[in-house]
Ligand binder design. Structure first.
Ligand code: DOR
Ligand code: ZN
Length: 351
């Protein structure tokens, strides 16, 4: 059986270029996107030199323009010392990403900077936060005061989802996303997967994961947090992060087959809501054909440069057969049919 889906949108990816192109570049990363049914991705700013000026954003966009095979947009970064750059980039970027906990790149800020940034941000696009556990209390306080649209990335625990649900019920302009690894892995699997299960936020207990599945109604979207690191890096420095673009859709469609999700919910979480929340342009002429066949996920199913996944060895259902972007077939049977750079750098829709 085959199904047709609208082009999926992943608002949380790390393409690693410029700076760490040995982990991923815009061609390999966007090829992994097509292989996973994503026709639009948004890239995060935690490059080795964080993307915190208009000039750095421009340079990154120029590289992406030459390499991408999908629609690609960008989030901007801040450590609290680039407030004058906000106005210059606010129409060009999909969100402002801030880190309130330690993770790859180490671009962490505290309450003082966070408050300053929230007050200075006048863009209409959301502020995205890496904010784990009790840090969310400080976030609620600031969002309540400033009323700025806020997206909480990668919810991972019962505590976090409970705090976000409360904020939503109080009418705060808050949305949230979940990653496939926080939906499909628990800290029980850390023993077997070792460093390949090391990411931020850390994997949580089965109880946490069950709670999230039972309360999926509070989750607005699925974000892969595609965060490639090479096998060698994982084995030596053990950095945080796992790749996800290739594997997100088959993992979700397997749960459709198991009756835990519907195809409509997958579309809502991976297309409609990301498009609404981040003003991502879409086209009715962009779609993905998926064969609902069952197979064992192996390295051969991956296009990411790093060539590994924490989900290798799983039986999954759903293989992307072809992808059409604006009426043009761009991917078929594992092969990209267009040249690097024939994708587009995109900007948020204006109302
Ligand atoms: O596991 C993670 N990896 N979490 C993050 O927040 C960052 C990401 C990365 O860039 O490697
Ligand atoms: Zn991330």
């Amino acid at each position: 059986m085959k199904i047709t889906l609208p082009g999926l949108i992943d608002v949380h990816t790390h393409m690693r270029t410029p700076g760490q192109s040995h982990k991923e570049d815009f061609y390999t990363g966007t090829t992994a996107a097509l292989n996973g049914g994503f026709t639009t991705i948004i890239d995060m700013p935690n490059n080795t030199v964080p993307i915190t000026t208009k000039k750095l954003l421009r340079e990154k966009m120029d590289i992406a323009k030459k390499q991408t095979v999908v629609d690609i947009g960008f989030h901007f970064g801040s450590l609290g010392n680039n407030l004058e750059e906000f106005k210059k980039v606010q129409e060009k970027i999909f969100g402002l990403k801030l880190y309130l906990n330690q993770t790859t790149g180490g671009f962490i800020i505290g309450k003082k900077e966070l408050t300053k940034i929230y007050e200075a941000w006048e863009g209409t696009q959301p502020i995205l936060l890496h904010a784990e556990e009790d840090v969310l209390d400080m976030v609620s306080e600031i969002v309540k005061k400033t009323k700025k649209k806020t997206h909480i990335c990668h919810v991972s625990s019962k505590l976090e989802l409970t705090k976000i649900a409360k904020a939503k019920e109080r009418g705060l302009p808050v949305t949230c996303g979940i990653t496939p690894h926080h939906l499909f892995l628990t800290n029980n699997q850390e023993k077997k997967l070792g460093v390949y299960a090391k990411m931020k936020p850390y994997l949580k207990s089965k109880k946490d994961v069950d709670f999230i599945w039972e309360n999926l109604g509070y989750i607005d979207l699925i974000e892969s947090d595609h965060a490639p690191h090479t096998i060698e890096e994982k084995e030596t420095e053990a950095p945080f992060g796992v790749p996800g673009l290739d594997t997100t859709l088959p993992l979700l469609l397997t749960e459709v087959e198991n009756g835990k999700l519907t195809v409509d919910e997958v579309i809502q979480l991976c297309h409609t809501n990301p498009s609404i929340i981040f003003n991502v342009p879409t086209s009715k002429k962009t779609f993905v054909e998926v064969s609902m066949e069952e197979y064992l996920l192996t390295k051969r199913d991956l296009k990411t440069k790093v060539g590994w996944s924490p989900f290798e060895g799983r039986r999954v259902i759903g293989k992307v057969k072809s992808v059409v972007i604006r009426d043009k077939k761009v991917f078929e049977n594992g092969k990209v049919l267009i040249k690097p750079g024939e994708g587009r750098v995109i900007y948020p829709k204006r109302d």
